[in-house]
Structure formats: C-alpha cells, structure tokens
Design a protein around this ligand. Structure first.
Ligand SMILES: Cc1cc2nc3c(=O)[nH]c(=O)nc-3n(C[C@H](O)[C@H](O)[C@H](O)COP(=O)(O)O)c2cc1C
Length: 269
C-alpha cells in the first residue's frame, strides 16, 4: 500500500457521510483489492459491499451512508484476530481512495446485516463498516461520541510497549519507534487500546489486555479484532521499511497480569 504511515496517521473514523453512494469505480476497486487480502493466520475473510437502502440497513451512530463493507469468516480459534488483520487492510485501502469508514461491532442491528450478507452456520461477521464520502462537517452526535471515548488521543508508549517483561520501559530505536507509533494510532473498540507488546530476545510478543464486555460467542472477541488490527499495522509498517515479518503463535510463557492473554509473536528480518 502506498504511503502506509501517512494513511494510518491520517485515518479517523467517519460516521457522517454526504449522502452519495459509492461510485462504481470505487466499488470495483475495493472489491478487486479485497480479493488480494490475506492474513498470517491463513483464515480467509470473504468481503462484500452491501447497499444500505435495498437491504434496509442502518446504524444509529451513522448518517448519510449508502453502502457498507461486510466480511465473513469461519468460526475457529484466531478467526477474530484474522478478521481484524484482513478488514483493516480494506479500511486503509479505502482511506487512500478518500473513502470514509468506521469499524462497527456494536452499534448496529446485527441480524439485519448478517442476513443481508447471507451469513451461514459456522461463520461469523464480527464487524461491518460504512463506505462513503465524508460530509464536510461531523454530526453533533459523532462529535460527542469522539469526545466520549477520547478518539483523538492514545495511551503513551510506556503503557503499551515493554522491554523484556510486562511493565518494563522499552526504549525503541528510531525504526521501531516509527512502527510502534502505527500500532499506537490503530483504531480499537471504544478506543480501549487493548494491545500490549513485550520485546524479548529479539521477538515481539503481542498480548490482549482484556476489558469486560467485549466477548460474545457468536460474534467473537472485539478486543481480539483490535489485536488483529494492531498486528496488521505492525507487520505492514515493517514491510514498508523493506523488512520481513514472520508471525507465529509460540507463547514464551512470560509473567503477565491475570486480565491479559498471549496472542501472537512477530520476528523481524
Ligand atoms: C473492533 C472495533 C469495533 C468498533 N465498534 C464501534 C461501534 O460499534 N460503534 C462506533 O461508533 N464505533 C466503533 N468503533 C470505532 C472506535 O470507537 C474508534 O476506532 C475509536 O474511538 C478511535 O477513533 P478513530 O478511529 O477515529 O481513531 C469500533 C472500532 C473497532 C476497532
């Protein structure tokens, strides 16, 4: 993706749209891009663009949107992480085209979206996103929501990224610092930023710092979706610098708080 750093830093959720449908050109560009999306867990996500009006779809936090991107994934361990990783690539690509998006995992009539997407038994659809052109001004509702979750700020790196052990301050070199900024500015459900990373023996171990109320058996764990997004930013960030990232699931068994869970590790070459 061109200018990944700029795209990630420039992206903000869009909930207020100008009322126009997505152009046919943009629709086909997104669908073409979607066929090439993959994730390190080899759990495919199947994308579709739905029309709001003909499917009677809406969300109480959105206005002026005419289309939605939806994604379906087989229910299995790591499906939510894989979903986050893959769907975020679509979100970032849309941003490069000037198309607004916002991850929606809660504020929607889920059954309507699932039936419009033809969700089958054994599949799940953790989140959807509107796809459209941002209105010139945010609705009052949107501005209030952003304020409510502190959407324009993020936790400091000290609270998120550790050296050798949980809580131990990491002093990143210039390259790592840039990549960690991409993780820090990732979107997350209710802006909770549940990602934590411990760098140990040259390997980056990713953990989910769990809050209550984000897990639903049929929908997945929203904070694991967040982790997939963070992993995506980390891996693409290093790849943009010409490096290779190898993601594996190999718990080093480090000491972590009881509300944290190991998810994946990344080695950079
Ligand atoms: C997995 C996930 C689920 C989300 N679900 C919702 C939602 O249901 N409704 C909503 O308005 N925003 C939702 N968001 C958007 C977040 O609130 C938003 O990304 C966060 O506040 C940071 O703001 P930003 O995206 O503008 O940086 C979700 C984000 C993620 C990553």
């Amino acid at each position: 993706m061109e200018n990944l750093t700029e795209t990630i830093k420039g992206r903000k959720s869009v909930r207020t749209f100008d009322g126009n449908p997505l152009s046919e050109q943009h629709k086909s560009a997104i669908l073409r891009f979607a066929t090439e999306i993959s994730n390190p867990f080899d759990i495919p996500v199947e994308f579709e663009i739905l029309d709001a009006e003909s499917n009677n779809l809406s969300s109480p936090v959105l206005s002026g949107e005419r289309n939605y991107a939806v994604g379906k994934v087989q229910k299995k361990p790591y499906a939510d992480v894989a979903f986050g990783y893959s769907f975020e690539q679509l979100v970032l690509y849309a941003a490069t085209l000037g198309i607004g998006t916002v991850w929606i995992g809660g504020t929607m009539k889920r059954e309507l979206f699932e039936s419009a997407a033809g969700l089958k038994d054994g599949e799940m659809m953790p989140c959807i996103s509107p796809l459209g052109y941002p209105a010139t001004k945010r609705s009052i509702k949107e501005s209030m929501m952003r304020k409510g979750v502190g959407a324009d700020s993020r936790l400091s790196g000290e609270k998120l990224f550790f050296d050798g052990a949980w809580g131990q301050n990491l002093l990143p070199d210039a390259e790592l610092k840039e990549v960690l900024e991409l993780v820090r500015w990732a979107p997350s459900a209710v802006n909770k930023q549940p990602w934590r990373i411990i760098l140990k023996d040259g390997i980056f171990h990713f953990y989910e710092k769990k809050d209550k109320g984000f897990v639903n058996e049929n929908v997945g764990d929203m904070q694991k979706v967040d982790l997939g997004i963070a992993l995506c930013h980390f891996v693409l960030g290093y790849e943009e610098k010409g490096r290779q990232a190898k993601v594996s699931i190999c718990d080093p068994g480090l000491e972590i708080p009881s509300d944290a869970q190991y998810l994946a590790s990344v080695e950079i070459f």
